[in-house]
Design a protein around this ligand. Structure first.
Ligand SMILES: NC(=O)c1ccc[n+]([C@@H]2O[C@H](COP(=O)([O-])OP(=O)(O)OC[C@H]3O[C@@H](n4cnc5c(N)ncnc54)[C@H](OP(=O)(O)O)[C@@H]3O)[C@@H](O)[C@H]2O)c1
Length: 335
């Protein structure tokens, strides 16, 4: 067990140019904690937002080591933690810190990584598929055969939403910025794909539904495009907001409009409503991923040194699906 480790840190909120790859002490797990040898971390937008100082709902300390959704092997455990966890393949996604060779996580928050899923896929599938599934089914109350509109359908959650809705026999309309992302969303089964950088994208969505509108809209962007959601919703349709990547939320919808149009506007925050490990939904989602029925959109893999460039490209909207950061390549043998 080494005393120091490589960690990619930033000393104060700012751009990716502030990252420094340095050697720091390997942390020691306190009571209730486990020390994870980190294999892979997903390039999640929340890591970029946290680095920029735009997150206030998760604990962040400076110097800051990003890396929320990660996989690895339990190296050691603190007092009060079941020692049989050591050596287990796990998903750790309740604390930042994955841009380092070792990271601490409350042992109670660790998820076992299913034997059929490799470490790289493990740092992507959980957040993307679970967020999409809960947004569609729990918040969106999706029914087979409905029409679903997915904003940013080439993003990680967008791609999973496209596939889950198609699996339910729905018609899926995908919105993306640019041809490459349109092709990417189409390759995961979207029926109609429109570029919302064009002026007529909303008219195209309406035409694709023969003027009826969409039953479920999944929107993780907000921003100006979200202002079109109400007019694109079918009677009894549900608009589900899961985030605001574009930087702002849409104006609240007036109650008379909700009544007149027979629509619902809902928010979805995965953590408090997530189906527990071992539940029917949990097992079904894992099986869909493990058997390849839902393909996990891993677009590229980079080493820790290249993570600053990846942050810059993510913020420049050049990344599709989920990019993955490889931290300890010697764990590949552990799958
Ligand atoms: N509610 C929850 O429980 C929950 C859980 C996890 C994540 N989320 C949220 O879900 C959303 C999607 O997450 P994700 O992991 O799928 O993200 P992602 O893979 O990084 O994709 C995000 C997409 O956002 C689009 N985008 C729109 N405006 C942008 C901007 N100003 N800058 C950069 N990208 C922009 C880009 O697509 P285009 O260029 O095609 O627009 C990009 O492909 C995020 O808002 C995230 O915070 C919510």
């Amino acid at each position: 067990m080494p005393y120091t480790m490589r960690a990619l840190q930033i000393d104060a909120p700012g751009g990716p140019e502030g990252f420094i790859l340095r050697r720091v002490s390997v942390p020691v797990p306190a009571a209730g904690e486990a020390l994870i040898k980190v294999a892979y971390v997903g390039m999640n937008p929340i890591d970029a937002m946290a680095r920029a100082g735009k997150i206030n709902f998760l604990p962040i300390t400076w110097p800051f080591t990003p890396g929320l959704e990660k996989t690895g092997i339990v190296e050691s455990v603190g007092p009060g933690v079941d020692a049989s966890l050591v050596g287990q393949r796990v998903i750790a996604r309740s604390r930042f810190g994955g841009y380092a060779e070792f990271a601490l996580e409350p042992a109670a928050n660790l998820l076992p990584l299913d034997d059929r899923i490799d470490l790289k896929t493990g740092c992507v599938y959980r957040g993307a598929s679970f967020t999409a599934w809960h947004a569609l089914y729990k918040a969106g109350r999706l029914q087979p055969g409905e029409t679903v509109l997915v904003h940013s359908a080439a993003g990680a959650i967008g791609v999973m939403a496209v596939q889950i809705a198609k699996d339910a026999g729905c018609t899926v309309i995908a919105l993306c910025g640019g041809q490459a992302k349109m092709d990417y969303a189409k390759s995961f089964g979207a029926d109609h794909v429109f570029d919302y950088r064009t002026a007529d994208w909303a008219d195209n969505v309406k035409a694709a539904t023969a003027g009826c509108g969409c039953d479920v809209i999944i929107d993780g962007n907000g921003g100006p495009n979200a202002e079109k959601n109400v007019e694109l919703t079918a009677p009894l349709g549900r608009i589900v907001y899961i985030g605001a990547t574009a930087g702002s939320y849409p104006a609240p919808v007036a109650v008379p409009t909700l009544i007149f149009k027979n629509i619902s506007v809902v928010g979805m925050n995965l953590a408090p409503i997530e189906e527990p490990p071992g539940s029917a939904a949990d097992r079904a989602i894992i099986a869909a991923v493990a058997t390849g029925r839902w393909r996990v959109p891993m677009s590229e893999t980079v080493d820790l040194e290249a993570a600053p460039d990846l942050h810059a490209r993510l913020e420049d909207r050049q990344v599709m699906g989920r990019a993955v950061i490889r931290v300890a390549s010697d764990l590949d043998a552990a799958r």
